[in-house]
Design a protein around this ligand. Sequence first.
Ligand code: M6R
Length: 608
Amino acid sequence: MCGIVGYIGTKQAAPIILDGLSKLEYRGYDSAGMAIYDGGKINITKSVGRLKVLENLTHGGETMPGICGIGHTRWATHGVPSDTNAHPHFNADETITVVHNGIIENYLHLRQMLSDKGYKFVSETDTEVLAHLLDYYYKGNPMEAVTKVLHRVEGSYALGILFADCPDQIFAARKDSPLVVGQNGDGCFIASDVPAILKYTRKVYYVDNQEVVRLRADHMHFYSVDEEEMTKEPVTIEWDANAAEKAGYEHFMLKEMYEQPKTVTDTLLPRIKGRDIVIEELNMSDEELNAINKIHIVACGSAYHAGVTGKYVIEGLARIPVEVDLASEFRYRNPILEEGAMVIVISQSGETADTLAALRESKARGFKVLGIVNVVGSSIAREADNVMYTWAGPEIAVATTKAYSAQLVALYLLAMKFGRARGKIDDKTFASLLGDLKRLPNQIEMLLNNKLKIQKFANRYIGAKDVFFIGRGIDYAISLEGSLKLKEISYIHSEAYAAGELKHGTISLIEEGTLVAAVSTQPDLYAKTISNMVEVKARGAFVLAVTCEENKEIEKAADYVIYIPETNPYFTNSLAIIPLQLFGYYVAVGKGCDVDKPRNLAKSVTVE
Ligand code: M6R
Protein backbone atom coordinates (compact mmCIF):
# COMPACT_ATOMS: atom_id res chain seq x y z
CA MET A 1 0.00 0.00 0.00
CA CYS A 2 1.05 3.63 0.15
CA GLY A 3 4.37 4.62 1.70
CA ILE A 4 5.37 7.69 3.69
CA VAL A 5 8.83 9.07 4.40
CA GLY A 6 9.68 12.41 5.99
CA TYR A 7 12.91 14.04 7.11
CA ILE A 8 13.91 17.18 8.98
CA GLY A 9 17.53 17.78 9.89
CA THR A 10 20.82 19.17 8.70
CA LYS A 11 21.08 17.36 5.35
CA GLN A 12 19.25 17.86 2.08
CA ALA A 13 15.90 16.19 2.58
CA ALA A 14 14.90 15.14 -0.95
CA PRO A 15 17.62 12.50 -1.60
CA ILE A 16 16.97 10.99 1.84
CA ILE A 17 13.25 10.87 1.16
CA LEU A 18 13.75 9.29 -2.27
CA ASP A 19 16.05 6.71 -0.75
CA GLY A 20 13.51 5.91 1.95
CA LEU A 21 10.67 5.66 -0.58
CA SER A 22 12.74 3.24 -2.64
CA LYS A 23 12.81 0.92 0.39
CA LEU A 24 9.00 1.00 0.43
CA GLU A 25 8.52 0.28 -3.28
CA TYR A 26 7.78 -3.34 -2.43
CA ARG A 27 4.56 -2.27 -0.76
CA GLY A 28 3.04 -1.52 -4.18
CA TYR A 29 2.24 1.94 -5.58
CA ASP A 30 1.31 3.74 -8.76
CA SER A 31 2.58 7.31 -8.26
CA ALA A 32 5.06 9.16 -6.09
CA GLY A 33 5.71 12.68 -4.86
CA MET A 34 7.65 14.92 -2.49
CA ALA A 35 7.03 18.26 -0.77
CA ILE A 36 10.15 20.13 0.36
CA TYR A 37 10.38 23.47 2.13
CA ASP A 38 13.12 25.43 0.30
CA GLY A 39 13.63 28.22 2.83
CA GLY A 40 10.85 30.41 1.43
CA LYS A 41 8.01 28.16 0.35
CA ILE A 42 6.93 24.55 -0.03
CA ASN A 43 7.58 22.98 -3.45
CA ILE A 44 5.89 19.82 -4.62
CA THR A 45 7.04 17.48 -7.39
CA LYS A 46 4.87 14.46 -8.07
CA SER A 47 4.14 12.08 -10.88
CA VAL A 48 2.24 8.99 -11.83
CA GLY A 49 4.45 5.93 -12.41
CA ARG A 50 7.46 4.45 -10.72
CA LEU A 51 9.74 6.24 -8.29
CA LYS A 52 12.30 6.39 -11.08
CA VAL A 53 10.16 9.05 -12.75
CA LEU A 54 10.28 11.22 -9.62
CA GLU A 55 14.02 10.59 -9.32
CA ASN A 56 14.51 11.72 -12.93
CA LEU A 57 12.29 14.77 -12.51
CA THR A 58 14.32 15.92 -9.51
CA HIS A 59 17.77 14.60 -10.53
CA GLY A 60 17.81 12.26 -7.58
CA GLY A 61 16.38 14.99 -5.35
CA GLU A 62 19.17 17.47 -6.13
CA THR A 63 16.86 20.01 -7.75
CA MET A 64 14.71 20.24 -4.63
CA PRO A 65 16.75 22.11 -2.04
CA GLY A 66 15.70 22.16 1.59
CA ILE A 67 16.26 20.28 4.81
CA CYS A 68 12.65 19.52 5.66
CA GLY A 69 10.24 17.47 3.58
CA ILE A 70 7.73 14.68 3.22
CA GLY A 71 7.35 12.08 0.47
CA HIS A 72 4.82 9.49 -0.58
CA THR A 73 4.21 6.52 -2.82
CA ARG A 74 0.49 6.20 -3.57
CA TRP A 75 -1.55 3.05 -4.16
CA ALA A 76 -4.78 4.41 -5.62
CA THR A 77 -7.98 4.02 -3.65
CA HIS A 78 -10.00 7.21 -4.28
CA GLY A 79 -9.33 8.38 -7.84
CA VAL A 80 -7.27 6.87 -10.64
CA PRO A 81 -3.47 6.88 -10.57
CA SER A 82 -2.58 10.34 -11.98
CA ASP A 83 -0.25 13.28 -11.39
CA THR A 84 -3.10 15.24 -9.81
CA ASN A 85 -4.20 12.48 -7.47
CA ALA A 86 -0.62 11.71 -6.40
CA HIS A 87 0.43 12.98 -2.94
CA PRO A 88 1.42 15.39 -1.41
CA HIS A 89 -1.70 17.57 -1.55
CA PHE A 90 -1.77 21.30 -0.93
CA ASN A 91 -4.28 23.70 0.54
CA ALA A 92 -5.32 26.54 -1.81
CA ASP A 93 -2.48 28.97 -1.07
CA GLU A 94 0.13 26.18 -0.92
CA THR A 95 1.11 26.81 2.67
CA ILE A 96 0.00 23.46 4.10
CA THR A 97 0.73 20.09 2.56
CA VAL A 98 -0.06 16.55 3.55
CA VAL A 99 0.77 12.95 2.68
CA HIS A 100 -1.62 10.25 3.83
CA ASN A 101 -1.89 6.47 4.01
CA GLY A 102 -5.29 4.98 4.76
CA ILE A 103 -8.84 6.01 3.93
CA ILE A 104 -10.84 8.96 5.24
CA GLU A 105 -14.26 7.37 5.40
CA ASN A 106 -16.28 10.56 5.90
CA TYR A 107 -14.44 12.47 3.18
CA LEU A 108 -17.53 13.04 1.05
CA HIS A 109 -19.28 14.75 3.93
CA LEU A 110 -16.17 16.83 4.74
CA ARG A 111 -15.64 17.68 1.09
CA GLN A 112 -19.20 18.96 0.84
CA MET A 113 -18.83 20.97 4.05
CA LEU A 114 -15.59 22.55 2.77
CA SER A 115 -16.98 23.16 -0.72
CA ASP A 116 -19.90 24.99 0.86
CA LYS A 117 -17.35 27.24 2.53
CA GLY A 118 -15.70 28.00 -0.79
CA TYR A 119 -12.82 25.49 -0.82
CA LYS A 120 -11.95 24.23 -4.32
CA PHE A 121 -10.78 20.67 -4.87
CA VAL A 122 -8.43 19.70 -7.65
CA SER A 123 -8.10 15.95 -7.08
CA GLU A 124 -10.50 13.06 -6.60
CA THR A 125 -8.74 11.90 -3.43
CA ASP A 126 -9.97 11.66 0.13
CA THR A 127 -6.59 13.06 1.20
CA GLU A 128 -7.10 16.51 -0.29
CA VAL A 129 -9.89 17.00 2.24
CA LEU A 130 -7.23 16.88 4.96
CA ALA A 131 -5.19 19.69 3.41
CA HIS A 132 -8.22 21.97 3.22
CA LEU A 133 -9.52 20.97 6.63
CA LEU A 134 -6.12 21.80 8.14
CA ASP A 135 -6.33 25.14 6.38
CA TYR A 136 -9.82 25.67 7.80
CA TYR A 137 -8.68 25.04 11.37
CA TYR A 138 -5.27 26.71 11.14
CA LYS A 139 -5.27 29.97 13.08
CA GLY A 140 -1.54 30.20 13.75
CA ASN A 141 -1.20 27.11 15.94
CA PRO A 142 -0.37 24.02 13.84
CA MET A 143 -0.78 21.54 16.67
CA GLU A 144 -4.27 22.83 17.36
CA ALA A 145 -5.18 22.55 13.66
CA VAL A 146 -3.85 19.00 13.46
CA THR A 147 -5.71 17.76 16.53
CA LYS A 148 -8.94 19.48 15.47
CA VAL A 149 -8.72 17.71 12.12
CA LEU A 150 -8.09 14.37 13.80
CA HIS A 151 -11.24 14.87 15.86
CA ARG A 152 -13.24 15.45 12.67
CA VAL A 153 -12.05 12.64 10.45
CA GLU A 154 -13.26 9.04 10.49
CA GLY A 155 -11.32 6.15 9.01
CA SER A 156 -7.66 5.26 8.98
CA TYR A 157 -4.61 7.41 8.53
CA ALA A 158 -0.88 7.79 8.83
CA LEU A 159 -0.04 11.41 8.11
CA GLY A 160 2.93 13.62 7.40
CA ILE A 161 2.16 17.35 7.42
CA LEU A 162 4.18 20.50 6.66
CA PHE A 163 3.16 24.08 7.44
CA ALA A 164 5.07 26.80 5.56
CA ASP A 165 4.61 28.97 8.65
CA CYS A 166 6.54 26.46 10.78
CA PRO A 167 9.28 25.23 8.47
CA ASP A 168 11.34 23.86 11.32
CA GLN A 169 8.74 21.19 12.10
CA ILE A 170 7.01 18.15 10.63
CA PHE A 171 3.78 16.85 12.13
CA ALA A 172 2.90 13.18 12.01
CA ALA A 173 -0.15 11.32 13.27
CA ARG A 174 -1.62 7.88 13.03
CA LYS A 175 -4.79 5.83 13.40
CA ASP A 176 -5.01 2.24 12.12
CA SER A 177 -2.26 2.73 9.55
CA PRO A 178 1.34 2.08 10.57
CA LEU A 179 3.80 4.87 11.30
CA VAL A 180 7.22 4.96 12.91
CA VAL A 181 9.50 7.84 13.78
CA GLY A 182 13.21 7.81 14.51
CA GLN A 183 16.17 10.06 15.13
CA ASN A 184 19.92 10.13 14.54
CA GLY A 185 22.63 12.80 14.92
CA ASP A 186 21.58 14.41 11.62
CA GLY A 187 17.87 14.70 12.05
CA CYS A 188 14.47 13.10 12.63
CA PHE A 189 12.53 10.78 10.34
CA ILE A 190 9.00 9.56 9.81
CA ALA A 191 8.14 6.45 7.84
CA SER A 192 5.26 4.11 7.28
CA ASP A 193 7.58 1.13 7.62
CA VAL A 194 10.93 0.50 9.28
CA PRO A 195 13.02 -0.43 6.17
CA ALA A 196 12.64 3.17 4.91
CA ILE A 197 14.75 4.55 7.73
CA LEU A 198 16.75 1.54 8.87
CA LYS A 199 19.82 2.84 7.07
CA TYR A 200 19.70 6.01 9.20
CA THR A 201 18.62 4.76 12.60
CA ARG A 202 17.85 1.53 14.42
CA LYS A 203 16.10 3.22 17.31
CA VAL A 204 12.48 3.77 16.34
CA TYR A 205 9.29 4.78 18.10
CA TYR A 206 6.05 3.13 17.03
CA VAL A 207 3.37 5.80 16.88
CA ASP A 208 0.14 4.53 18.43
CA ASN A 209 -3.42 5.19 17.42
CA GLN A 210 -4.47 8.81 17.70
CA GLU A 211 -1.05 10.04 18.67
CA VAL A 212 0.58 13.09 17.16
CA VAL A 213 4.33 13.67 16.82
CA ARG A 214 6.00 17.02 16.37
CA LEU A 215 9.45 16.52 14.85
CA ARG A 216 12.20 19.10 14.78
CA ALA A 217 15.76 18.64 13.49
CA ASP A 218 17.06 17.59 16.89
CA HIS A 219 14.11 16.25 18.85
CA MET A 220 10.64 14.78 18.74
CA HIS A 221 7.67 15.28 21.03
CA PHE A 222 4.70 12.97 21.33
CA TYR A 223 1.15 14.08 22.10
CA SER A 224 -2.26 12.55 22.53
CA VAL A 225 -5.00 13.70 20.20
CA ASP A 226 -6.01 16.03 23.06
CA GLU A 227 -2.59 17.69 22.95
CA GLU A 228 -1.32 16.15 26.19
CA GLU A 229 2.41 15.52 25.93
CA MET A 230 3.48 11.92 26.49
CA THR A 231 6.69 9.96 26.79
CA LYS A 232 7.46 6.94 24.64
CA GLU A 233 10.07 4.22 24.77
CA PRO A 234 12.12 3.53 21.64
CA VAL A 235 12.46 0.04 20.20
CA THR A 236 15.78 -1.12 18.81
CA ILE A 237 15.46 -2.85 15.45
CA GLU A 238 17.64 -5.92 15.39
CA TRP A 239 17.34 -6.80 11.70
CA ASP A 240 20.37 -6.91 9.56
CA ALA A 241 19.90 -3.95 7.17
CA ASN A 242 21.18 -6.22 4.35
CA ALA A 243 18.21 -8.48 4.94
CA ALA A 244 16.20 -5.92 3.01
CA GLU A 245 18.61 -5.96 0.03
CA LYS A 246 18.64 -8.38 -2.92
CA ALA A 247 22.14 -9.71 -2.22
CA GLY A 248 22.86 -10.64 -5.83
CA TYR A 249 19.56 -12.42 -6.49
CA GLU A 250 17.58 -11.31 -9.51
CA HIS A 251 14.47 -10.76 -7.41
CA PHE A 252 13.57 -10.49 -3.75
CA MET A 253 11.14 -13.34 -4.28
CA LEU A 254 13.93 -15.70 -5.37
CA LYS A 255 16.12 -14.60 -2.49
CA GLU A 256 13.30 -15.09 -0.04
CA MET A 257 12.50 -18.54 -1.39
CA TYR A 258 16.16 -19.42 -0.82
CA GLU A 259 15.93 -18.11 2.74
CA GLN A 260 13.24 -20.64 3.61
CA PRO A 261 15.51 -23.28 5.15
CA LYS A 262 16.83 -20.62 7.54
CA THR A 263 13.42 -19.15 8.23
CA VAL A 264 11.99 -22.53 9.08
CA THR A 265 14.96 -23.29 11.32
CA ASP A 266 14.70 -19.92 13.06
CA THR A 267 11.01 -20.38 13.74
CA LEU A 268 11.35 -23.98 14.91
CA LEU A 269 14.57 -24.23 16.84
CA PRO A 270 14.04 -21.74 19.68
CA ARG A 271 10.85 -23.63 20.52
CA ILE A 272 12.24 -27.15 20.46
CA LYS A 273 13.79 -27.85 23.84
CA GLY A 274 15.30 -31.31 24.02
CA ARG A 275 12.47 -33.72 23.39
CA ASP A 276 9.78 -31.18 24.05
CA ILE A 277 8.15 -28.16 22.48
CA VAL A 278 8.12 -25.03 24.60
CA ILE A 279 6.16 -22.05 23.35
CA GLU A 280 6.61 -19.53 26.12
CA GLU A 281 4.74 -16.82 24.21
CA LEU A 282 1.55 -18.87 24.54
CA ASN A 283 1.43 -18.07 28.24
CA MET A 284 -0.85 -21.04 28.82
CA SER A 285 -0.50 -23.97 31.16
CA ASP A 286 -1.24 -27.51 29.97
CA GLU A 287 -4.53 -27.32 31.90
CA GLU A 288 -5.50 -24.21 29.99
CA LEU A 289 -4.49 -25.80 26.70
CA ASN A 290 -6.59 -28.78 27.66
CA ALA A 291 -9.60 -26.60 28.26
CA ILE A 292 -9.65 -25.24 24.69
CA ASN A 293 -12.68 -26.65 22.94
CA LYS A 294 -12.48 -24.80 19.65
CA ILE A 295 -9.95 -22.78 17.69
CA HIS A 296 -10.80 -19.97 15.28
CA ILE A 297 -8.03 -19.12 12.83
CA VAL A 298 -8.51 -15.80 11.06
CA ALA A 299 -6.29 -14.36 8.32
CA CYS A 300 -6.13 -13.12 4.71
CA GLY A 301 -4.47 -14.36 1.52
CA SER A 302 -1.56 -16.72 1.99
CA ALA A 303 -1.81 -16.42 5.75
CA TYR A 304 -5.36 -17.76 5.39
CA HIS A 305 -3.98 -20.63 3.31
CA ALA A 306 -1.49 -21.40 6.08
CA GLY A 307 -4.51 -21.37 8.41
CA VAL A 308 -6.32 -23.93 6.22
CA THR A 309 -3.32 -26.23 6.58
CA GLY A 310 -3.32 -25.47 10.31
CA LYS A 311 -6.90 -26.69 10.54
CA TYR A 312 -5.99 -30.11 9.15
CA VAL A 313 -2.88 -30.42 11.30
CA ILE A 314 -4.42 -29.20 14.56
CA GLU A 315 -7.57 -31.24 14.11
CA GLY A 316 -5.49 -34.28 13.21
CA LEU A 317 -2.88 -34.06 15.95
CA ALA A 318 -4.75 -32.38 18.80
CA ARG A 319 -8.34 -33.32 17.96
CA ILE A 320 -9.60 -29.79 18.57
CA PRO A 321 -12.19 -28.52 16.08
CA VAL A 322 -10.80 -25.63 14.05
CA GLU A 323 -12.74 -23.08 12.04
CA VAL A 324 -10.74 -21.02 9.53
CA ASP A 325 -12.10 -17.66 8.41
CA LEU A 326 -11.11 -15.02 5.94
CA ALA A 327 -10.70 -11.96 8.14
CA SER A 328 -12.80 -9.82 5.81
CA GLU A 329 -15.72 -12.22 6.33
CA PHE A 330 -15.18 -12.94 10.01
CA ARG A 331 -15.37 -9.32 11.05
CA TYR A 332 -18.82 -8.76 9.57
CA ARG A 333 -20.50 -12.13 10.01
CA ASN A 334 -21.21 -11.88 13.71
CA PRO A 335 -19.19 -15.07 14.37
CA ILE A 336 -20.23 -17.42 17.12
CA LEU A 337 -17.43 -17.43 19.69
CA GLU A 338 -18.24 -19.57 22.67
CA GLU A 339 -16.57 -20.08 26.02
CA GLY A 340 -13.45 -22.22 25.72
CA ALA A 341 -12.65 -20.98 22.23
CA MET A 342 -9.26 -19.62 21.27
CA VAL A 343 -8.67 -17.13 18.46
CA ILE A 344 -5.49 -17.21 16.39
CA VAL A 345 -4.83 -14.47 13.84
CA ILE A 346 -2.03 -14.94 11.31
CA SER A 347 -0.31 -12.10 9.50
CA GLN A 348 3.12 -11.52 7.99
CA SER A 349 2.91 -7.73 8.08
CA GLY A 350 0.89 -7.49 11.27
CA GLU A 351 -0.89 -4.56 9.63
CA THR A 352 -3.57 -6.16 7.46
CA ALA A 353 -6.66 -4.06 8.15
CA ASP A 354 -9.20 -6.90 8.09
CA THR A 355 -7.08 -9.18 10.28
CA LEU A 356 -6.54 -6.37 12.75
CA ALA A 357 -10.29 -5.71 12.81
CA ALA A 358 -10.97 -9.42 13.42
CA LEU A 359 -8.52 -9.35 16.31
CA ARG A 360 -10.27 -6.34 17.81
CA GLU A 361 -13.69 -7.91 17.31
CA SER A 362 -12.55 -11.03 19.18
CA LYS A 363 -10.99 -9.03 22.00
CA ALA A 364 -14.09 -6.87 22.31
CA ARG A 365 -16.05 -10.07 22.91
CA GLY A 366 -13.70 -11.03 25.71
CA PHE A 367 -11.59 -13.61 23.86
CA LYS A 368 -7.84 -13.79 24.12
CA VAL A 369 -6.08 -13.61 20.80
CA LEU A 370 -2.82 -15.27 19.81
CA GLY A 371 -1.09 -13.52 16.92
CA ILE A 372 1.25 -15.42 14.61
CA VAL A 373 3.09 -12.42 13.24
CA ASN A 374 6.31 -11.71 11.38
CA VAL A 375 6.85 -7.98 11.80
CA VAL A 376 8.00 -7.15 15.30
CA GLY A 377 6.17 -4.18 16.80
CA SER A 378 3.42 -4.19 14.15
CA SER A 379 -0.15 -3.33 15.11
CA ILE A 380 -1.29 -6.95 15.41
CA ALA A 381 1.81 -7.83 17.41
CA ARG A 382 1.07 -5.00 19.79
CA GLU A 383 -2.63 -5.59 20.14
CA ALA A 384 -2.71 -9.39 20.39
CA ASP A 385 -2.74 -10.81 23.91
CA ASN A 386 0.10 -13.15 23.04
CA VAL A 387 2.42 -13.15 20.05
CA MET A 388 4.25 -16.04 18.46
CA TYR A 389 6.73 -14.49 16.06
CA THR A 390 7.69 -16.16 12.81
CA TRP A 391 11.32 -15.27 12.57
CA ALA A 392 11.41 -14.77 8.80
CA GLY A 393 13.03 -11.32 8.82
CA PRO A 394 11.91 -8.62 6.42
CA GLU A 395 9.94 -9.96 3.49
CA ILE A 396 10.03 -7.56 0.56
CA ALA A 397 8.51 -9.40 -2.43
CA VAL A 398 4.76 -8.88 -2.56
CA ALA A 399 4.26 -12.60 -3.06
CA THR A 400 4.98 -14.19 0.28
CA THR A 401 7.14 -17.29 0.43
CA LYS A 402 9.38 -17.44 3.48
CA ALA A 403 6.84 -15.88 5.84
CA TYR A 404 4.23 -18.39 4.67
CA SER A 405 6.67 -21.25 5.30
CA ALA A 406 7.37 -19.90 8.76
CA GLN A 407 3.62 -19.64 9.48
CA LEU A 408 3.22 -23.30 8.53
CA VAL A 409 5.84 -24.52 10.99
CA ALA A 410 4.52 -22.24 13.73
CA LEU A 411 1.16 -23.97 13.27
CA TYR A 412 2.80 -27.42 13.35
CA LEU A 413 4.44 -26.50 16.66
CA LEU A 414 1.12 -25.37 18.09
CA ALA A 415 -0.64 -28.50 16.87
CA MET A 416 1.98 -30.71 18.51
CA LYS A 417 1.93 -28.66 21.69
CA PHE A 418 -1.86 -28.87 21.92
CA GLY A 419 -1.86 -32.55 21.03
CA ARG A 420 0.74 -33.33 23.68
CA ALA A 421 -1.02 -31.32 26.39
CA ARG A 422 -4.28 -33.10 25.62
CA GLY A 423 -2.71 -36.54 25.61
CA LYS A 424 -3.49 -37.15 21.93
CA ILE A 425 0.09 -37.86 20.83
CA ASP A 426 2.06 -40.69 22.41
CA ASP A 427 5.80 -40.35 23.15
CA LYS A 428 6.91 -42.38 20.15
CA THR A 429 4.82 -40.45 17.68
CA PHE A 430 5.86 -37.15 19.24
CA ALA A 431 9.55 -38.05 18.91
CA SER A 432 9.05 -39.08 15.31
CA LEU A 433 7.17 -35.85 14.52
CA LEU A 434 9.98 -33.83 16.12
CA GLY A 435 12.53 -35.65 13.98
CA ASP A 436 10.51 -34.89 10.84
CA LEU A 437 10.19 -31.23 11.83
CA LYS A 438 13.94 -30.90 12.25
CA ARG A 439 14.57 -32.46 8.84
CA LEU A 440 12.35 -29.95 7.02
CA PRO A 441 14.99 -27.22 6.45
CA ASN A 442 17.37 -29.61 4.67
CA GLN A 443 14.59 -31.10 2.63
CA ILE A 444 13.42 -27.63 1.58
CA GLU A 445 16.96 -26.87 0.50
CA MET A 446 17.10 -30.05 -1.59
CA LEU A 447 13.90 -29.04 -3.36
CA LEU A 448 15.21 -25.53 -4.01
CA ASN A 449 18.31 -27.03 -5.57
CA ASN A 450 16.07 -28.75 -8.08
CA LYS A 451 15.03 -25.40 -9.52
CA LEU A 452 16.36 -25.99 -13.06
CA LYS A 453 13.97 -28.85 -13.66
CA ILE A 454 11.06 -26.65 -12.61
CA GLN A 455 12.33 -23.66 -14.57
CA LYS A 456 12.39 -25.82 -17.74
CA PHE A 457 8.89 -27.04 -17.11
CA ALA A 458 7.65 -23.50 -16.27
CA ASN A 459 9.00 -22.16 -19.56
CA ARG A 460 6.50 -24.37 -21.38
CA TYR A 461 3.63 -22.62 -19.63
CA ILE A 462 4.36 -18.94 -20.00
CA GLY A 463 1.62 -18.79 -22.64
CA ALA A 464 -0.96 -20.65 -20.51
CA LYS A 465 -4.45 -19.18 -20.27
CA ASP A 466 -5.77 -21.18 -17.31
CA VAL A 467 -4.13 -23.46 -14.79
CA PHE A 468 -5.92 -25.59 -12.21
CA PHE A 469 -4.53 -26.90 -8.95
CA ILE A 470 -6.24 -29.84 -7.30
CA GLY A 471 -5.71 -31.77 -4.10
CA ARG A 472 -7.54 -33.33 -1.18
CA GLY A 473 -7.22 -32.51 2.51
CA ILE A 474 -3.88 -30.84 3.24
CA ASP A 475 -3.17 -31.09 -0.49
CA TYR A 476 -6.12 -28.81 -1.12
CA ALA A 477 -4.56 -26.26 1.23
CA ILE A 478 -1.28 -26.53 -0.70
CA SER A 479 -3.19 -26.11 -3.96
CA LEU A 480 -4.76 -22.88 -2.71
CA GLU A 481 -1.35 -21.38 -2.08
CA GLY A 482 0.24 -22.80 -5.26
CA SER A 483 -2.55 -21.29 -7.32
CA LEU A 484 -2.27 -17.87 -5.62
CA LYS A 485 1.49 -17.81 -6.16
CA LEU A 486 1.05 -18.41 -9.88
CA LYS A 487 -1.77 -15.96 -10.51
CA GLU A 488 -0.57 -13.04 -8.39
CA ILE A 489 2.78 -12.72 -10.12
CA SER A 490 2.23 -14.17 -13.63
CA TYR A 491 -1.34 -12.89 -14.19
CA ILE A 492 -2.34 -16.31 -15.51
CA HIS A 493 -5.83 -17.25 -14.46
CA SER A 494 -5.63 -20.08 -12.00
CA GLU A 495 -7.94 -21.81 -9.56
CA ALA A 496 -7.50 -24.28 -6.78
CA TYR A 497 -10.09 -26.96 -6.26
CA ALA A 498 -10.65 -29.72 -3.78
CA ALA A 499 -9.94 -32.60 -6.16
CA GLY A 500 -13.26 -34.30 -5.54
CA GLU A 501 -15.18 -31.10 -6.19
CA LEU A 502 -13.90 -30.45 -9.70
CA LYS A 503 -16.48 -32.62 -11.37
CA HIS A 504 -19.29 -30.60 -9.80
CA GLY A 505 -18.89 -27.88 -12.38
CA THR A 506 -15.37 -26.65 -12.94
CA ILE A 507 -14.27 -29.67 -14.97
CA SER A 508 -16.17 -28.12 -17.89
CA LEU A 509 -13.30 -25.63 -18.18
CA ILE A 510 -10.72 -28.31 -18.92
CA GLU A 511 -9.67 -28.26 -22.57
CA GLU A 512 -7.01 -29.95 -24.68
CA GLY A 513 -3.66 -29.02 -23.12
CA THR A 514 -4.98 -27.26 -19.98
CA LEU A 515 -2.42 -27.64 -17.21
CA VAL A 516 -3.73 -29.30 -14.07
CA ALA A 517 -1.31 -29.49 -11.15
CA ALA A 518 -2.37 -32.35 -8.90
CA VAL A 519 -0.93 -32.30 -5.40
CA SER A 520 -0.95 -35.72 -3.79
CA THR A 521 1.02 -36.08 -0.58
CA GLN A 522 -1.45 -37.91 1.68
CA PRO A 523 -0.96 -41.70 1.41
CA ASP A 524 -4.55 -42.50 2.37
CA LEU A 525 -5.76 -40.29 -0.50
CA TYR A 526 -3.29 -41.28 -3.25
CA ALA A 527 -5.78 -43.50 -5.06
CA LYS A 528 -8.59 -40.96 -4.81
CA THR A 529 -6.46 -38.20 -6.33
CA ILE A 530 -5.27 -40.51 -9.11
CA SER A 531 -8.93 -41.02 -10.04
CA ASN A 532 -9.38 -37.25 -10.30
CA MET A 533 -6.24 -36.96 -12.41
CA VAL A 534 -7.54 -39.62 -14.78
CA GLU A 535 -10.82 -37.70 -15.08
CA VAL A 536 -9.09 -34.48 -16.21
CA LYS A 537 -6.64 -36.32 -18.43
CA ALA A 538 -9.54 -37.94 -20.22
CA ARG A 539 -10.70 -34.42 -21.09
CA GLY A 540 -7.38 -33.39 -22.55
CA ALA A 541 -5.57 -31.94 -19.52
CA PHE A 542 -1.80 -32.11 -19.16
CA VAL A 543 -1.25 -33.33 -15.61
CA LEU A 544 1.65 -32.24 -13.44
CA ALA A 545 1.81 -34.23 -10.20
CA VAL A 546 3.54 -33.18 -7.00
CA THR A 547 3.78 -36.20 -4.77
CA CYS A 548 5.90 -38.22 -2.33
CA GLU A 549 8.79 -40.38 -3.48
CA GLU A 550 7.00 -43.61 -2.54
CA ASN A 551 4.00 -42.87 -4.80
CA LYS A 552 5.40 -44.21 -8.07
CA GLU A 553 1.94 -45.44 -9.04
CA ILE A 554 1.09 -41.83 -9.92
CA GLU A 555 3.30 -42.01 -13.01
CA LYS A 556 0.57 -44.01 -14.71
CA ALA A 557 -1.78 -41.03 -14.55
CA ALA A 558 0.56 -38.03 -14.66
CA ASP A 559 2.38 -36.48 -17.60
CA TYR A 560 5.12 -34.99 -15.43
CA VAL A 561 5.99 -35.77 -11.82
CA ILE A 562 7.84 -33.81 -9.14
CA TYR A 563 8.71 -35.82 -6.07
CA ILE A 564 9.12 -34.46 -2.56
CA PRO A 565 11.17 -36.23 0.11
CA GLU A 566 9.58 -38.32 2.80
CA THR A 567 8.12 -36.61 5.85
CA ASN A 568 5.11 -36.99 8.12
CA PRO A 569 1.93 -36.45 6.06
CA TYR A 570 1.00 -33.52 8.33
CA PHE A 571 4.12 -31.64 7.25
CA THR A 572 4.10 -32.21 3.49
CA ASN A 573 2.82 -28.71 2.76
CA SER A 574 6.22 -27.32 3.73
CA LEU A 575 7.84 -29.38 0.98
CA ALA A 576 5.20 -29.51 -1.76
CA ILE A 577 4.86 -25.74 -1.79
CA ILE A 578 8.50 -25.25 -2.83
CA PRO A 579 8.17 -26.52 -6.43
CA LEU A 580 4.90 -24.65 -6.75
CA GLN A 581 6.51 -21.38 -5.62
CA LEU A 582 9.34 -21.96 -8.09
CA PHE A 583 6.85 -22.76 -10.84
CA GLY A 584 4.91 -19.51 -10.28
CA TYR A 585 8.16 -17.57 -10.09
CA TYR A 586 9.66 -18.94 -13.31
CA VAL A 587 6.44 -18.57 -15.29
CA ALA A 588 6.31 -14.91 -14.21
CA VAL A 589 9.99 -14.37 -15.04
CA GLY A 590 9.50 -16.06 -18.41
CA LYS A 591 6.60 -13.72 -19.15
CA GLY A 592 8.71 -10.71 -18.19
CA CYS A 593 6.44 -9.73 -15.29
CA ASP A 594 7.50 -7.42 -12.49
CA VAL A 595 7.84 -10.34 -10.09
CA ASP A 596 8.49 -8.44 -6.85
CA LYS A 597 5.89 -5.77 -7.48
CA PRO A 598 2.98 -7.33 -9.32
CA ARG A 599 0.39 -4.97 -10.75
CA ASN A 600 -2.47 -3.80 -8.52
CA LEU A 601 -1.03 -5.51 -5.44
CA ALA A 602 0.38 -4.18 -2.21
CA LYS A 603 2.57 -5.93 0.32
CA SER A 604 0.52 -4.97 3.31
CA VAL A 605 -3.14 -4.27 2.81
CA THR A 606 -3.88 -1.59 5.34
CA VAL A 607 -7.30 -0.68 3.97
CA GLU A 608 -10.29 -2.98 4.00
O1 M6R B 1 0.59 -9.41 5.93
P1 M6R B 1 -0.43 -10.49 5.89
O2 M6R B 1 0.13 -11.84 6.10
O3 M6R B 1 -1.60 -10.21 6.82
O4 M6R B 1 -1.01 -10.41 4.42
C1 M6R B 1 -2.07 -11.21 4.01
C2 M6R B 1 -2.18 -11.22 2.51
O5 M6R B 1 -2.37 -9.93 2.02
C3 M6R B 1 -0.93 -11.82 1.84
O6 M6R B 1 -0.68 -13.11 2.29
C4 M6R B 1 -1.11 -11.85 0.31
O7 M6R B 1 -2.11 -12.75 -0.04
C5 M6R B 1 0.21 -12.18 -0.36
N1 M6R B 1 0.43 -11.27 -1.44
C6 M6R B 1 0.26 -13.51 -0.98
O8 M6R B 1 1.48 -13.76 -1.59
